[in-house]
Structures are given as structure tokens and as C-alpha cells.
Design a protein around this ligand. Structure first.
Ligand code: NDP
Length: 477
């Protein structure tokens, strides 16, 4: 019997994807650069399903049914190129290579174009959910040709998470679309985590609550509209006590956040596409600020306001206000992320269905949340929605939250609690809804020093003012 799919690269992610496939009744060919991992998988989990371990790349390819489907799950970057090259030599036209690692979508575009020339399908696929997700049901974002999805899609949909019976997997669009969407998913994840972290900091700084009390607040929030995996695990982390010291776990962790780079990619591409993904950018910068130990040590003594925690009715209202500010800021962060997908889709001609993206993020992935079903509904009702902020229910929720949102941001400013995520979200909201922006003045400045010209509100065309002459005459540029 031949295998319907093969996995090469059997570290945590590859191993768990292979097991997930086998558990769903698919025969899976196995391969890894060093044979040890292949052996271990079969020894430990061989009883979970049908595996065909291969000793060489040739043997692996020969074990596969046509069209052969090879899932590559190795270290991103040069190792992925090396493995793709190795298999491209052995495969035949019509076969499919799937890169399920965290590749940059531009690399995926390059690889797809090169393999298409050789008649091979290359499917760059986002997979989210970490190792647990890979085993029990991840959220899967495959790019590549429609044709490749015909053979590959059913297998991926089988192993994906399910929400209301719908698999958290759908064809995203050609070439790099899948990895692009996964990149934005991770960017949104950065923004969401930052907003939650700011909420914690505010509840502690303004109310003096202990982490365990704040964990309870998050648990309550998790029963409402903020119901999500990230809120759920936040409560767990906050409630956790360090065994060695008896202190709250969060107080013994070094406060320098690390990053692997997908947030940075999202911001870089946001700049390239000219999309203001300020929530993701602030979250990424907040991580880098936290990591600048020397800078933080050097500035430790800089004066701040005296911190008198809130009291009385302000204090009673505050937790609820933070919930509203968090919700509104979250809507902004997601709205920005979806705008970036829209922009990428337009730039590269992917025709990405935003409702389907929201749908497949409802389960399996790190940002899974009840809220994503509302986003799915919003885009399904109006596929060309310019921003989530104008969609009926979101618009109302954010408008209803705005007083609390403003009050939380101003409390944070007064108490000297940094809330870059909340603040930038509110500034974005106010920026978008403003009748007039000071961009007009910026245009005047640009015209003054660089003769960059400006447009007028009352006449068509470009204009330039002769600033240097006393009379300052204006002429069409
Ligand atoms: P790693 O990223 O640690 O990669 C280890 C695997 O890559 C091993 O199988 C290793 O083989 C193989 N490898 C490394 N270099 C080469 C090479 N030059 N030639 C052939 N094989 C090579 O594994 P993970 O399972 O953590 O992740 C796999 C991919 O999935 C990565 O792209 C990662 O970014 C992505 N990912 C990871 C997630 C996670 O939670 N870990 C979540 C989502 C995506 P050997 O055993 O011989 O060393």
C-alpha cells in the first residue's frame, strides 16, 4: 500500500502533523534528515495509524501515491530551500510540495514560481496552533494553485480544527497568500497579547490588584464577548504561583519579551503596502522596548507622576472600563490586520475571502475567539467592507465603549502607565473619524521646503506656492 501523503522534517511540528494525519486514517510516509527522529516516531506512535518510514528521500518519494504530496516541516529559511531542491529533483509534474513552516510569503512566491516552471505545485501553508494544535487540530492556511487544493484540501480539512462542524482550513489564494495570511495572523496575535498585557498592567497599577485577583477578572471576561484562547491562558498564567518562591509567577519572569520575527515581518509589509497597522507596530515595538535592558537601566530614574491608585466610584468602574477599552482596541487591531490582508490581496491579485479567513481563525489557532465569528459574519454580509469599524455591530460596540476607552487611556496617561496599544488604537479611531486632519499643514510644510505641491479642497489639480517671494503667489504646479 502506498501513502496518500508524506511528511519530511519530523521535529515537534512535523511529527504531530504526521500523527494527526495517521489518526485520521491516512497512510503517511515519514522522512527526516537524521533517521533517529523517524525511528522514534514509529517506535512511540506507530500504533496510532499507518506509517511508512523511509530511509532515504528516494524511498520516501517512491512510497507516495500520485500525485505525490510532500509536506516539508523543517527549519524556515535555507533548510527549507535545501529540502525543496532535494525533492524537486525526485518528483514529477503534477506532484505537490507543501511548505508548512513559517516562511516569509515573498520566499513562498519565489519558490512557487520556480517550481511551477518545473510543473510542480508548491503550496505555502500557514499552520497555527503550536505543537498541540498540530496534533489535535490546527488552523491551516494553504496558498498555492486551486488544482493542488483539490487533492490536498480534503486531507488538510480532515486534520484541521473544527468549529460548528466547519474545518478551520480553506484555500486562501494563489502562491504566497497562505503564508501572508499566517503572517498577519501572527501580527494580530502580537497586538492582542499586548492589549491584554496592558489591561493587566492597568488593573494592577491603577487598582493595586494582585495577579490572582486579576486572573479572576479575566476569567469573568472570558465568559463574555472577549471569550478567547488568549484571555483564557492569560488567566491561567496570572493565577500561577512560582513553586520556588511562592510569589506570583508573573513577578518572577524577566520582563523582556522576545520575538521570532513574524510581527516584524507584518510591520515591514504594512509599511511597504502603506497600511496603518499601528496596533501591530506598537505591540512589536513594545516587545523591543522591553528588551532594551541598558536603555531601561539608564532611564530608570526619569520622573513620572505620583501614582495614587484610583478609589471610590472610579475604582469600582475601572475594571469594566478596561474591558470596554480592551474590546474597542481589539476591534481596531483586527480591523487593521484585515485591511492589511485586503491590501496584500489587491497587490498580488489573490482574491482572498476575508470572511473565510475569519472563519478559519475561529478554531485551532492562537487568536481563536468567539469574536472571530462576528468578524466572519460581518465580511460575509458585506465582502467589500472598508473596515470592521463601520460594520453594524462593531460600530455600535466601539461607539458605546468610547467613553470608557477614553477614560482608561487618560487614567493611564495620568498615572504614567504605558499603554501604547490602547493609545494607538484610540488615535487611529479618532484619526479616521476626524473631519479634518493636520495632514493639511504637513502638506503646506512639504510645499514650503521642497516644492512638493498640494491639492486644494475647492479646485482640481496640484498647486505650489512661491513661499520665498514676499507676495507668496500661488500657481498650478
Ligand atoms: P525546527 O524549526 O526546530 O526544525 C527542525 C527540523 O528541521 C528537523 O526535522 C531537522 O532535521 C530539520 N532540518 C533542519 N535543517 C535541515 C536541513 N538543512 N536539511 C534537512 N532538514 C533540516 O522544527 P519545528 O517542528 O519546531 O518547526 C518546523 C517548522 O514549523 C518551522 O518552519 C517553524 O517555524 C514552523 N512552525 C513551528 C511552530 C511551533 O510551534 N514550533 C508553529 C507553527 C509553525 P534533523 O532532525 O535532521 O535535525
Amino acid at each position: 500500500k502506498k501513502a496518500s501523503i508524506g511528511v519530511t522534517g519530523l521535529a515537534v511540528m512535523g511529527r504531530n502533523l504526521a500523527r494527526n494525519l495517521a489518526r485520521h486514517g491516512h497512510t503517511v510516509a515519514l522522512h527526516n534528515r537524521s533517521e533517529q527522529r523517524t525511528r522514534e516516531l514509529v517506535e512511540q506512535f506507530g500504533s496510532e495509524g499507518e506509517f511508512i518510514p523511509a530511509h532515504s528521500a528516494r524511498e520516501f518519494v517512491d512510497a507516495l501515491e500520485r500525485p505525490r504530496q510532500v509536506v516539508v516541516m523543517v527549519k524556515a529559511g535555507a533548510p527549507t530551500d535545501a529540502v525543496i531542491d532535494e525533492f524537486a529533483e525526485l518528483l514529477e509534474p503534477g506532484d505537490v510540495i507543501v511548505d508548512a513552516g513559517n516562511a516569509h510569503f515573498a520566499d513562498t512566491r519565489r519558490r512557487e514560481a520556480a517550481l511551477r516552471e518545473r510543473g510542480l505545485h508548491f503550496v505555502g501553508t500557514g499552520v497555527s496552533g503550536g505543537e498541540e494544535g498540530a496534533l489535535h487540530g490546527p488552523s491551516i492556511m494553504p496558498g498555492g494553485s486551486k488544482e493542488s487544493y483539490e487533492s490536498l484540501g480534503p486531507l488538510l480539512e480532515d486534520i484541521a480544527a473544527k468549529v460548528d462542524g466547519t474545518p478551520c482550513c480553506a484555500h486562501i489564494g494563489p502562491d504566497g497568500a497562505g503564508h501572508f495570511v499566517k503572517m498577519v495572523h501572527n501580527g494580530i496575535e502580537y497586538a492582542d497579547m499586548q492589549l491584554i498585557a496592558e489591561s493587566f498592567d492597568l488593573l494592577r497599577g491603577a487598582l493595586g490588584y494582585e495577579p490572582a485577583q486579576i486572573a479572576e477578572i479575566f476569567r469573568t471576561w472570558n465568559t463574555g464577548r472577549l471569550d478567547s484562547y488568549l484571555i483564557e491562558i492569560t488567566a491561567e498564567v496570572l493565577a500561577h504561583t512560582d513553586a520556588a518562591t511562592g510569589k506570583p509567577f508573573v513577578d518572577v519572569v524577566l520582563d523582556q519579551a522576545e520575538q521570532k520575527g513574524t510581527g516584524r515581518w507584518t510591520v515591514q509589509i504594512g509599511l511597504d503596502l502603506g497600511i496603518p497597522i499601528t496596533g501591530i507596530a506598537e505591540a512589536t515595538f513594545a516587545r523591543s522596548l522591553s528588551g532594551h535592558a541598558n536603555l531601561r537601566a539608564a532611564t530608570k530614574g526619569l520622573a513620572g507622576p505620583s501614582r495614587t491608585p484610583l478609589s471610590g466610584s472610579d475604582a469600582e468602574r475601572f475594571a469594566d472600563d478596561v474591558e470596554q477599552a480592551l474590546y474597542a482596541s481589539k476591534v481596531v487591531a483586527y480591523a487593521q490586520g484585515f485591511n492589511q490582508i485586503q491590501a496584500g490581496s489587491a497587490e498580488y491579485g489573490w482574491n482572498v475571502d476575508l470572511g473565510s479567513v475569519a472563519s478559519l481563525w475561529r478554531g485551532g489557532c492562537i487568536i481563536r475567539a468567539k469574536f472571530l465569528d462576528d468578524i466572519r459574519a460581518a465580511f460575509e454580509a458585506e465582502p467589500g467592507l472598508p473596515t470592521l469599524l463601520t460594520s453594524g455591530d462593531f460600530r455600535k460596540a466601539v461607539e458605546d465603549a468610547q467613553d470608557a476607552w477614553r477614560s482608561v487611556v487618560s487614567t493611564a496617561v495620568c498615572l504614567g502607565i504605558p499603554t501604547p496599544g490602547f493609545s494607538t488604537a484610540l488615535a487611529y479611531y479618532d484619526g479616521l473619524r476626524a473631519d479634518r486632519l493636520p495632514a493639511a499643514l504637513v502638506q503646506g510644510q512639504r510645499d514650503y521646503f521642497g516644492a512638493h505641491t498640494y491639492r486644494r479642497v475647492d479646485r482640481e489639480g496640484s498647486f505650489h506656492t512661491e513661499w520665498a517671494t514676499g507676495a507668496r503667489p500661488e500657481r498650478p504646479a
